[in-house]
Design a protein around this ligand. Structure first.
Ligand SMILES: *Cc1c(COP(=O)(O)O)cnc(C)c1O
Length: 396
């Protein structure tokens, strides 16, 4: 039996079956390519779900992590360490917000943002029944709190009762948001570009109306940029492109480029009147290894001008994808921003296309029920885009 088949069989024997994995066993990566245990090469336009922004095997990044492993991996949050100072400074300098709390995942960043918003409202009026307005078709993670604000009944139904105090509105429908807001609302939570739901960017008018409503009613605007942030949409935060500032932003995925780390970042208003000593904590969150990853990611973003590159290369990616949309009837449209793009598929199962692409040596993802999702490493070149388009056509 082939080595890869044995690895897959034994994995299925021991690991809880919560994923229908594709039949590929990856072994190593180099730049924008992945290699399986049989040596087959794949062009990676999934980046481990929008995580590996710098590509595989970046020497500076790998050396920084190796050095930190030998020095100190963990201390707990009872003590100071240099990588925490360095990573926090980078996050604050780059986001223009005031305070950061590091978590181990995206879902935990959402949990922290929810707690900060509830505490903010509690400090204001002393009551304990505040509500959050979240969006239908959103995705914020799988823990009970994050699931409670994820507007998708398929994810939610088996796990009720969920956290209370959540109302749902329709994304890009300001009237529905207005209708969901009450005197108890402490936060409005949305993804600047919805990811899992099917790659839907916020309408500029919608986002600025929501911002204005939050200002009028002293409601915190929480933007979940776990997927669309970190340069993916052509600016560090996707909301920078809109000229909109959140009160709290959540980050994860590309924040550590592979080392598990997330963050919620607050402006001065939210930070000064919310979480205080004793309110929140984590054993691992922001440990020296994770913080070394974050610090190095930001340094490399600056040094290698990653965001400039995304901005410059986006028109070419969009043009190539638009060519596919005009060529194939079953591709009905393209949606997205920067290197976060979706192709809407009608009348053919997307899963089949993703599987065919793997056979052609191309990693792509799906989103929603009928969208091909492309979230490549942020270092892809025009040649990589051409190779992607050719392999995608062959998998049709
Ligand atoms: C992936 C994702 C999350 C959850 O992050 P995890 O690290 O999987 O917990 C939350 N929000 C958005 C927008 C995401 O894309």
């Amino acid at each position: 039996m082939a080595a890869s088949q044995m690895i897959m069989d034994e994995t299925e024997q021991y690991v809880l079956h919560t994923y229908n994995r594709f039949p590929v066993v990856f072994d190593h990566g180099d730049g924008v390519h992945l290699y399986d245990v049989d040596g087959k090469e794949y062009l990676d336009f999934g980046a481990g779900i929008a995580v590996f922004a710098l590509g595989y095997g970046n020497k500076t990044y790998n050396d920084a992590l190796k050095g930190q492993i030998d020095r100190l991996i963990h201390t707990s949050n009872l003590f100071y360490h240099q990588p925490l100072r360095d990573a926090a400074k980078q996050v604050i300098d780059h986001t223009g917000l005031s305070r950061v709390f590091f978590t181990n995942s995206g879902a935990e960043a959402i949990e922290g943002a929810i707690k900060a918003a509830r505490k903010y409202a509690y400090m204001r009026d002393g009551s304990s029944d505040h509500e959050i307005v979240a969006m239908n078709q959103s995705f914020h993670g799988r823990t009970i709190g994050a699931l409670s604000v994820t507007g998708n009944v398929h994810y939610q139904d088996p796990f009720r009762p969920l956290m209370g105090g959540v109302r749902f509105a329709d994304f890009n429908d300001f009237e529905s948001v207005q209708a969901a807001v009450t005197d108890k609302t402490c936060a409005i939570l949305l993804e600047t570009v919805q990811g899992e739901g099917g790659i839907y960017p916020a309408d500029p008018q919608f986002l600025s109306s929501v911002r204005q409503l939050c200002d009028e009613k002293d409601i915190l605007l929480i933007l979940d940029e776990i997927q669309c942030g970190m340069g993916r949409c052509g600016s560090l935060l996707a909301c920078d492109t809109y000229g909109i500032r959140p009160d709290i932003v959540t980050l994860a995925k590309a924040l550590g480029c592979g080392v598990p780390v997330g963050a919620f970042v607050l402006n001065e208003k939210a930070a000064s009147k919310s979480l205080a000593p004793g309110d929140h904590g984590t054993t691992y969150g922001g440990n020296p290894l994770a913080c070394m990853a974050v610090k190095t990611v930001f340094e490399l973003f600056d040094r290698e001008q990653i965001i400039e590159h995304v901005k410059e290369t986006t028109p070419y990616l969009e043009k190539r994808l638009d060519m596919l949309v005009s060529k194939y009837d079953f591709l009905t449209r393209r949606r997205g921003m920067g290197f976060m793009q979706g192709l809407v598929v009608e009348g053919r199962p997307v899963g089949e296309i993703v599987k065919n692409a793997l056979a052609q040596g191309l990693v792509i993802l799906s989103a929603g029920t009928n969208v091909i999702r492309l979230v490549p490493p942020l270092i892809i070149t025009k040649d990589d885009i051409d190779e992607m388009a050719e392999k995608l056509e062959r998998s049709f």
